[in-house]
Design a protein around this ligand. Structure first.
Ligand code: ASP
Ligand code: MG
Length: 415
């Protein structure tokens, strides 16, 4: 059994779906295909959800109409024009929606549609092309708690359901939604943005798969983002440990949560280009090989929050646990920590909860913050590299260890 994952960029249009078909057709072994929402569909659903939530239903209808039109075109181009029921309008959906009083819960019930639609299209297209397959319904297989938008997976329950479902079937090819799961009570949940990699890794773990392949729009794992740096190099092989470090620093190529499930069972994880399927790409596996080029990782949309004790006294241990309790409750993601005699600074991702967290921190500390920052992590740095990267930039903070430098920079990175 192998697990293949295709992200939004690989299935951004009809040609992408056809390319998936071509890659899948080469396989002779049993296969689980995990698919993300097509293109930028998740962002579009987010805009729709926000519009509804903020009381602009007409804007939500417009967003949903665009999403529908986009998918109808793709389905049509693939010869699947009867796949969707067009008698229900976006207006019906927006008007009929029962809005829960929790934004995150509402978000998950709507946003999961992106993966439900893309998987339905892919499964139907494979069938039409003679590749027999079964469409899985992950909300009833990947069981989670009710932490909406960041649901925690119940490993035991999910493992049992998924194994029963797949090993209980005679099919050889399965199509599954990435990113989404469900609670025992039947709510839809999502695992956090870009979570489809995590789904693929979990399925591989549960099924004792021989490998996972993440098909991407890059040649493999590169030492820098090719949209920012011109001369990037491919890293052919890296250890699970190295991969976790890169992913947590913000490397976009793979979701941080996806390493542990494969590491636990020593399953190799390949990252390959979907437009060149025979190239070897990169592999994350059990290896002693060290990455021998400097690696540049950008984490965008950062905020640097600095807390100073109001009465000038600062007891680090006590303040740390208090501050981190607030950070955890507001689900902030910390990317860097720095302390001095009287201050603690944390760099966090900008999320919708940041303002509330800052307000609460402000009750106990004098808080200042800067936004629109980027965090650049350089692994395998040298003094020369550091100097070059610092030159001409407005740097808020630099943290260095022997081989790693981290710069908080006043600069926004391209999307
Ligand atoms: N569609 C989801 C997102 O865009 C999950 C994924 O792509 O992995 O975040
Ligand atoms: Mg995606």
């Amino acid at each position: 059994m192998k697990v293949f994952k295709f992200g939004g960029a690989s299935v951004k249009d009809a040609a992408g779906v056809e390319n998936v078909r071509r890659i899948v057709a080469q396989e002779t072994e049993p296969l689980v295909i995990v698919v993300s929402a097509m293109g930028k569909t998740t962002n579009a659903f987010e805009r729709g959800v926000n519009a509804s939530w903020e009381g602009r239903p007409d804007e939500a209808v417009l967003e949903y109409d665009k999403i529908r039109a986009f998918h109808y075109v793709v389905a049509d181009q693939l010869g699947l024009s009867d796949l969707f029921d067009s008698s229900i309008t976006s207006q019906d959906i927006v008007n009929g929606a029962v809005m829960p009083d929790n934004y995150d819960e509402f978000y998950d019930q709507v946003v999961c549609m992106g993966e439900l639609i893309s998987s339905k299209i892919l499964s139907a297209y494979l069938t039409k092309c003679g590749i027999a397959n079964e469409l899985l319904y992950m909300p009833q297989l990947l069981i989670t708690d009710k932490t909406f938008r960041e649901a925690k997976v119940d490993y035991e329950e999910s493992r049992e359901r998924i194994r029963n479902r797949i090993f209980g079937s005679t099919s050889k090819v399965f199509v599954a939604q990435g990113f989404i799961g469900g609670t025992i009570e039947g709510y839809h949940t999502t695992l956090g943005r870009e979570g489809s990699d995590y789904t693929a890794a979990l399925l591989a773990n549960f099924l004792d798969a021989e490998s996972v392949t993440i098909w991407k729009d890059v040649p493999g794992i590169l030492n820098a983002d090719p949209r920012i740096v011109d001369d990037t190099v491919l890293i052919p092989e890296l250890s699970y440990r190295e991969a976790v470090e890169l992913a947590y620093s913000g490397a976009q190529v793979i979701h941080p949560k996806s390493i542990r499930p494969v590491e636990n069972k020593k399953i190799p994880l390949y990252v390959k280009p979907f437009n060149d399927p025979t190239s070897s790409g990169s592999v994350i596996c059990e290896t002693d090989r060290k990455v021998d080029v400097p690696v540049y990782i950008w984490r965008k949309n950062q905020l640097l929050i600095t807390m100073r004790a109001k009465d000038f006294s600062f007891i680090l241990e006590e303040s740390l646990s208090h501050i981190f309790d607030i950070i955890k409750r507001h689900r902030l993601k910390v990317s860097l920590i720095q302390s001095s005699a009287v201050t603690i600074s944390v760099c966090v991702d900008k999320t919708r909860y940041v303002t509330d967290a800052i307000r609460e921190l402000g009750d106990a500390y004098a808080v200042t913050y800067n936004e629109n920052l980027s965090l650049l992590t350089i692994r395998g740095t040298t003094p020369e590299i550091l100097k070059r990267e610092q030159a001409g930039r407005s740097i808020m903070l630099t943290q260095t260890t022997r081989r790693t430098a981290r710069l908080v920079i006043k600069e926004e990175m391209p999307e």
